[in-house]
Design a binder for this molecule. Sequence first.
Ligand code: EPU
Length: 337
Amino acid sequence: MHAAHNVSLKPYNTFSIDVAAETFYHITTEEDLITILAAQKDQELFILGGGSNMLLTKDIEQPVLHLDLKGIYIISETEKDVTLKVSAGENWHDFVIYCINNNYGGLENMALIPGNVGTAPIQNIGAYGVELKDSFYSCTATHIQTQETRTFSKVACEFGYRNSIFKNQLKGQYIITSVSFCLTKKDHVLRTEYGAIKQELETNKIDNPSIKDISEAVIAIRQSKLPDPKELGNSGSFFKNPVVDLAIFTTFQKNYPQAPFYKISDLEHKIPAGWLIEQAGFKGKRYGDAGVHKNQALVLVNYGNATGKEIWALAMKIQQAVLDKFGITIEAEVNVF
Ligand code: EPU
């Protein structure tokens, strides 16, 4: 298998940042993946999936492995549910639409999330009251050093809010090659309690929604709020919503009684970073080609030719302003290289 050299990564990251890969492998089979890993032993590698959750701030010197494994397979099926195995390189949204078209329920609230299936478990993607872990069955992954294949159950993945074992103890050790999902074929569990979905269904006078109705509501909401990476480079939420302890939350609520929040437990509250950033005055602001989206302040955007360093500088400026105003640190959700 041949490597390409000096390849622009602009088409391979949804932020549309133009950095170069010195060495670039396009991988379409697990055999090729194992061959390359074995050949590159002891060399640090850069694994590229859908490129939807990363900010590239410099040229990539280590070999880039662009993982493009395709295929959706039915593993088992009963009258009530189905288990599907999906290759890592399948586009997430296309897979969600495949499920809707086959009347497989569970992923409809996560329509239109950018990225590939293989990277979805790493940060336990989520939207509108649902997370990947809710339908996740297992995933297979190849160990970069030994090339051994391991299957991770849901428990083994240690999922949390935008978090998993692949971002912690096992960071940089495994490449996820496929993900299995357990989805419903009937008696779908519909999650419509999230405010915006409820409202969208009401507006369209839908009382008894199907999974297709929900996915369409989610698509409409996302399209109204979130920029399409094909039109405006972005990486979805740039920051995580901060989770604060009771002391910080009590002071915060006294000062900003109108602020939205989600209670996680008696001791922990999540505060929407989008709200904090908007209050700090950044919503819709533009600095050269780097900016903060006009409809959702949590999303940083590239108007065309912003460099990764410019986006990162803006992120740091926002982080400092939020800290100065609220005493709360917001952390990047995207991976920065
Ligand atoms: N808000 C503002 N100003 C803003 C943005 C939000 O005041 O500019 C307020 C909203 O009015 C609302 C609250 O913040 O009261 C929450 O906003 P929203 O419902 O848009 O959700 P979010 O917490 O900002 C999270 C996810 C999104 C996901 C949405 C919907 C994170 C980091 N982000 O955003 O995920 O689509 O919920 O479920 O948890 C992503 O990860 O890339 C992503 C887009």
